[in-house]
Design a protein around this ligand. Sequence first.
Ligand code: DQA
Length: 138
Amino acid sequence: MKKLIIINGPNLNLLGTREPEIYGSLSFTEFLEEIKGKYPQADLDYYQSNVEGELINKLQEVGFSYDGIILNAAAYTHTSVGIGDAINAIKTPVVEVHISNTFSREEFRHTSYVSPNAKGVILGFGLQSYELAIQSFL
Ligand code: DQA
């Protein structure tokens, strides 16, 4: 059994209602129930915060005991040196995910402080990006 956690950053609590043309119309809670049933080999936890420091606290808390972290740092991806440093400071591998293809969007989304320190990056496949990340750890 692999101990995994999905960590979602700011505004991802509004999935389903937030810009559905980009992010889809399924809420994350609905999606989470679906994937928990689909991957019984994963002991899957979930954490979401809109607060940068809370995301760093969570990375530190799980980063020495879990088998894998699936991180969508959302807007902080493009701004947070602190989240990038936290990934370097922990032992658990991090797979960076994004729902949208950030490279086909505005220029400011082309920079990531997560990518250089991530094990891998999966983006642009909608919510399926998370599933591909889970599969990568199983
Ligand atoms: C996102 C892409 C980010 O640029 C954006 O700020 C988000 C969501 C994605 O999953 O596509 O909030 O991380």
